[in-house]
Design a protein around this ligand. Structure first.
Ligand SMILES: C[S@@+](CC[C@H](N)C(=O)[O-])C[C@H]1O[C@@H](n2cnc3c(N)ncnc32)[C@H](O)[C@@H]1O
Length: 278
């Protein structure tokens, strides 16, 4: 008898290494999917998300605000002429994943989606390939090994690193501990990109309602998903050597909002910025 519940994701395609799908522990991408009202999550993920929500009910709005920030950033970069994107820690698709925004704005865009989670890769391959699949690659890669990302043959076949690339690091760097040297990993990626390239980064912080932010981070930790909250000053270091676009590094709802954001400081869990490589 199937152990899947009504809400569990569909079976994986034939040939996928099922033994690599860990359904015994919550996973960051599937917890986020639940927060975004998606259906690609398991009971274990829903339980972890509900524990966070019990202390920090704004987390659903924060997840949505993060995706909305990424879409606005992509709009900005495409309008500035960037036609290549590398999205590391791409996550599960919501109603309009940033990769779909890129392809809607620029059907010929070249896009590489990278993640270290097999469920994410399955969904990305199925849904986010874009109108010209040969211009999109989905690769298994880890942000802690940037050289392997850059040397990946699929990336090299899709991206021309002599031309600007938009590097998207949405809500992924806080999953790297300080001993993972996130600033160095980001620097390695940026150094390989052409002048005019851009970094789009969002990151969790305890700024704002710090006791709630810390409670949320503790729930993630208890669920086996350690998050390193960083101060805005620490997040700003990831942009060293780059030119920040206006309005700089700000709480997500305040990065070039389409409409006036609400004043709820609890929504300031994520800080974001976009910067260009001179
Ligand atoms: C919270 S989701 C963010 C998804 C999307 N970028 C966004 O901003 O909504 C974090 C994603 O990063 C991935 N991830 C976590 N650590 C990673 C690492 N070291 N290397 C690559 N991907 C990672 C997870 O599998 C997950 O898909």
């Amino acid at each position: 008898m199937s152990t899947l519940t009504m809400l569990d994701p569909p079976p994986l395609p034939v040939g996928w290494p099922v033994e690599r799908i860990d359904t015994a522990h919550p996973h960051a991408a599937r917890v986020e999917d639940y927060l975004l009202s998606g259906k690609d999550n398991y009971q274990i993920d829903r339980d972890a998300a509900e524990a966070v929500l019990a202390d920090f009910p704004q987390m659903r709005q924060i997840a949505a605000a993060n995706r909305a920030f990424l879409r606005r950033a992509v709009h900005t970069l495409v309008a500035d002429g960037i036609e290549q994107f590398l999205d590391v820690g791409t996550g599960l698709p919501d109603h309009e994943h940033p990769a779909e925004t890129i392809h809607a704005l620029c059907p010929g865009a070249r896009v590489v989606l990278a993640d270290n989670n097999p469920v994410v890769l399955t969904h990305a391959a199925a849904r986010l390939r874009g109108p010209q699949p040969q211009r999109t690659a989905v690769i298994e890669a880890d942000l802690r090994e940037p050289a392997a990302i850059l040397d990946h043959p699929a990336l090299r076949s899709v991206l021309d690193l002599d031309h600007p690339v938009g590097l998207l690091l949405g809500f992924v760097v806080h999953f790297l501990a300080d001993h993972d040297h996130p600033a160095d990993q980001i620097k390695t990626l940026i150094n390989a990109l052409a002048p005019g390239s851009a970094l789009v980064l969002s990151h969790a912080t305890a700024e704002g309602q710090s006791h709630l932010a810390r409670a949320a981070a503790e729930h993630y930790h208890d669920a086996g998903i350690p998050i390193t909250l960083r101060t805005p000053a620490q997040i700003a270091r990831f942009f060293d050597g780059l030119e920040l676009l206006e309005p700089g590094l700000v709480a997500q709802p305040w990065w070039r909002p389409d409409e006036d954001p609400t004043e709820d400081p609890g929504l300031n869990w994520g800080y974001s910025a976009v910067a260009r490589k001179p």
